[in-house]
Design a protein around this ligand. Structure first.
Ligand SMILES: NC(=O)c1ccc[n+]([C@@H]2O[C@H](COP(=O)([O-])OP(=O)(O)OC[C@H]3O[C@@H](n4cnc5c(N)ncnc54)[C@H](O)[C@@H]3O)[C@@H](O)[C@H]2O)c1
Length: 312
């Protein structure tokens, strides 16, 4: 079984939006060389330069560092390239399609060493299912990066029903060495850790709008100006300890029976879909959006993340 010291050659399968960012992230460890394999040619350097533009402009990444990191990223469209076969660790970021993912891992298993570690970046698909047909399932693990992958620190490392403990530990070490914040998800459950938490909040937020308790703008104002503001400093379970277990128990006894617990998407979402309210895509979702507001929302998010991560 490979340990952290054995990992030098990283293969990213799929050089799209996530694949390019993950490749850049992995060069954060100067010992790593990265190969991106994709079916189609893609300008990796242009993609990474565009994604990291704000980091360079704000002085958090020097042009010299970026140029050096790009020299350690190699691209191929040939799955029989020697760089594919010599991968110590693979992170797959191809289309979110079970058939395509299983097919690429079958091809890689036939070409890579028996102890190469395989990781999938699937956001929602079960790593146990993706790896179901492999011979060496024990060296397979989920690595769920968040978008934008070059900025969001979290990577959920998801153990399958067959992942060897040592493999998950090695992947955690590898990710930490490249500057990420890996978190171990001990069970392969839908939504892993962070999306379960995020969508518990979204379900309640949508329910509040659906039941006329507050409009969409008000819900977001309430979140951003209360617990949302302090979350990076004081998270849920720290907060519970701060107020005390007895108070948490008392609040839950009183309020939980009244919270949304539907196991179906809200009827409001269905109504919005039927009305063509698709969000940014159509200029209206819960709120109305002009193109300028959409552009500003995207740019402001990256700017905010850079501020929180590098400038506080
Ligand atoms: N977009 C996100 O916000 C996000 C966040 C976390 C995880 N993910 C996951 O990451 C993965 C990739 O997402 P993305 O947004 O980068 O997609 P994308 O469409 O930008 O990129 C996918 C890339 O995979 C390549 N590809 C497809 N089939 C291939 C094959 N058989 N062999 C080699 N390359 C192949 C495509 O040519 C493309 O370049 C998905 O599993 C997705 O669920 C996405």
């Amino acid at each position: 079984m490979k340990s952290y010291q054995d990992i030098k050659e990283i293969l990213i399968a799929g050089g799209g939006m996530m694949g390019k960012n993950i490749a850049f992230v992995m060069t954060g460890n100067p010992a790593f060389r990265v190969t991106i394999y994709d079916l189609y040619p893609t300008d990796v350097e242009a993609g990474i330069r565009a994604n990291t533009k704000q980091l360079v402009e704000r002085g958090h990444l020097t042009e010299a560092d970026l140029a050096e990191r790009l020299t350690r990223i190699y691209f191929t469209t040939d799955i029989d390239d020697a760089a594919v076969a010599k991968a110590d660790l693979v992170i797959e970021a191809v289309f979110e399609d079970m058939g395509i993912k299983r097919d690429i891992f079958a091809k890689l298993e036939a070409r890579c060493a028996e102890d190469t570690i395989f990781c999938t970046n699937s956001s929602v698909m079960s790593p146990s299912e993706i790896s179901a047909e492999l011979v060496h399932r024990e060296r397979f693990v989920g690595t769920h990066f968040w978008n934008p992958g070059h900025l969001i620190p979290l990577v959920e490392v998801v153990k399958t029903d067959a992942t060897a403990d040592g493999v998950a530990e090695t992947v955690m070490e590898v990710l930490a060495s490249a500057g990420k914040k890996p978190c171990l998800c001990k069970k392969d459950v839908p939504g892993f850790i962070a999306n379960r938490l995020q969508h518990a909040l979204w379900r309640e937020a949508i329910s509040i709008v659906e039941h006329g308790i507050a409009d969409a703008e008000t819900v977001d104002i309430a979140i951003k100006n209360s617990f949302g503001l302090r979350l990076p400093q004081l998270s849920a379970l720290e907060n519970s300890d701060m107020v005390g277990t007895q108070l948490t128990w008392n609040i839950h006894s009183y309020v939980l029976p009244h919270l949304e617990d539907s196991h179906e998407p809200s009827p409001l979402l269905k109504q919005m879909l039927d009305e063509g309210k698709l969000g940014f895509k159509s200029g209206e979702g819960f709120m109305k959006w002009t193109q300028e507001e959409i552009d500003a929302c995207n740019a402001d998010l990256n700017s905010y993340l850079i501020h929180m991560l590098y400038e506080r």
